[in-house]
Write a protein that binds this ligand. Structure first.
Ligand code: BG6
Length: 480
């Protein structure tokens, strides 16, 4: 017997800026992701004090411009997803395809038509679309002219964008998410909030103000969606990295509790429970701020309370450990944040600590705290694949990673957790968000494209493709 409920949403996830390409086609405007250079120093380069979103093509490549050219290959790609048996496909809508500068009042029809076609192609293949409204791809103009999400005007622009796409697609699309990994901004506000050092990213007041504006924008999207369709499901989306106190030292236990509140729960607490949590006071005080330093209105707070999200979408790749006494000096990298090394875990080639049990813990913690359905909308192993001469990849390491995480989900379901679905990240190879590399691959489908942009763009199923096909067919792992 399978542990997974009937109708479980097995699928895969991507984001427009990392796979579509066609960055100047169909009237699309520029987005902040078009300004991120390829290579391991991507974050370092855009974190320079003088970075002002200018590109330097003499020095750098910009892999997001071409992505994997899903813009022209979407039919072929969705057919491959269907061959794997996907029940759903999570993707994002590039805001700048619909509103090229973000602040127009009329949408770009060619952009809307592109997503009509993508959605119809999914539905024709019995794949339920799951849409992220905003995934690290703010229109560039909103970052340059308005200073990103710290500016309250962005609530209005997002509302227009959300209303436009919800009105157009709600009859065909039931599952939505408002902001990808909204909490990630505390470590890196560039992608999620469009803030760089030259526009005040180092001042936490801006980060909290940007979050507040996003919370209000998110509540407005929930309101619009529910007015359009009774059974629509709008989720938040957080980056969740299960966090452990390094040891039983009470000081580390307290630090871990606070880390969980500040990083894993803060945004979701507001979006799911509809109010700022009590520890907001302590959290703001750590940056010498009070709630009165933020621009909020009674109307905002009422909206948050009236329109919480329907489910919790989250990404899970790794866990972290908290040690505050300085006695552990061995550190590791991670998904936008590193930390001390956990001696019980191995790490990926990029230093992300692999921890399937941490996913079972995450599912239990989130379920206990919120009592709302959960959706694992990202998970996976970024690895270097070595295709043979026929471009076939034997990615047993990826199968192993995914298998262990599926077992953890099955365990959590046995624990009583209400889990809606699972969409592993980068179901087809795409451009990495943190490094802009193609060589950091997550997919079930290999794409012939390298870090320099060379390759035929041809698609080839990997070994994991057939393995995942079998998982979906049996609604879970078979007991082989
Ligand atoms: C998540 C993002 O943080 O992790 C994705 O939502 C991203 O956009 C994914 O691609 C994996 O991270 P990376 O840096 O390996 O691409």
């Amino acid at each position: 017997m399978s542990e997974f409920p009937e109708g479980f949403l097995w699928g895969g996830a991507t984001a427009a800026n990392q796979l579509e390409g066609g960055y100047q086609e169909g009237g699309r405007g520029l987005s902040i992701a078009d300004r991120l250079p390829g290579g391991k120093d991507r974050f370092k380069i855009v974190s320079q004090p003088d970075f002002d979103w200018t590109i330097d093509t003499d020095k750098y490549t910009y892999p997001n411009h071409e992505g994997i050219d899903f813009y022209h290959h979407y039919k072929e790609d969705i057919a491959l997803f269907a061959e794997m048996g996907f029940k759903c496909y999570r993707f994002s809508i590039a805001w700048s395809r619909i509103f090229p500068n973000g602040d127009e009042t009329q949408p770009n029809e060619a952009g809307l038509k592109f997503y009509d076609d993508v959605i119809d192609e999914c539905l024709a293949n019995n794949i339920e679309p799951v849409i992220t409204i905003s995934h690290y791809e703010l229109p560039l103009n909103l970052a340059k002219r308005y200073g990103g999400w710290k500016n309250r005007y962005l609530i209005e622009f997002y509302e227009t964008f959300a209303r436009t796409i919800l009105t157009r697609y709600a009859s065909k699309v039931k599952y939505w998410m408002t902001f990808n990994e909204i909490n990630s901004a505390v470590h890196f506000p560039v992608m999620g909030q469009g803030l760089v050092l030259s526009t005040g990213a180092n001042d936490k007041k801006n980060v909290f103000q940007a979050w507040h504006n996003q919370f209000v924008a998110s509540a407005k999207a929930v309101k619009i969606a529910h007015e359009l369709r009774d059974d629509i499901q709008v989720g938040c989306m957080i980056l969740y990295a299960t966090s452990y106190a390094y040891d039983s030292n009470p000081v580390n236990q307290l630090a871990n509790l606070q880390h969980n509140q500040d990083f894993n729960f803060f945004c979701a607490d507001v979006q799911v429970r509809g109010a700022y949590p009590t520890y907001t006071k302590r959290l703001l005080a750590e940056y010498n701020l009070t709630f009165d330093d933020l621009e909020t209105t009674d109307g905002d707070l009422a909206l948050l309370q009236q329109y919480p999200v329907d489910y919790i979408g989250f990404s899970y790749y790794m866990s972290s450990a908290v040690e505050t006494t300085g006695s552990v000096t061995d550190t590791v990298a991670g998904n936008l944040m590193g930390g001390v090394k956990n001696p019980f875990l191995k790490a990926s080639d990029w230093g992300w600590q692999i921890d399937p049990t941490g996913l079972r813990i995450a599912l239990n913690e989130l379920h206990d705290r919120y009592q709302k359905p959960l959706f694992v909308v990202e998970n996976g192993l970024g690895a270097i694949d070595k295709p043979d001469k026929n471009f076939y990849v034997e990615d047993d390491y990826r199968i192993d990673y995914l298998k262990q995480h599926i077992e953890a989900m099955a365990g959590a379901i046995d624990d009583g957790v209400d889990l809606m679905g699972y969409t592993p990240w980068g179901c087809i190879d795409l451009v990495s968000a943190s490094t802009g590399e193609m060589s950091k691959r997550y997919g079930f489908i290999y794409v012939d494209l390298d870090d320099q942009g060379h390759g035929t763009l041809a698609r080839y199923p990997k070994k994991s493709f057939y393995w995942y096909q079998d998982v979906i067919k049996h609604n879970g792992l078979t007991k082989k």
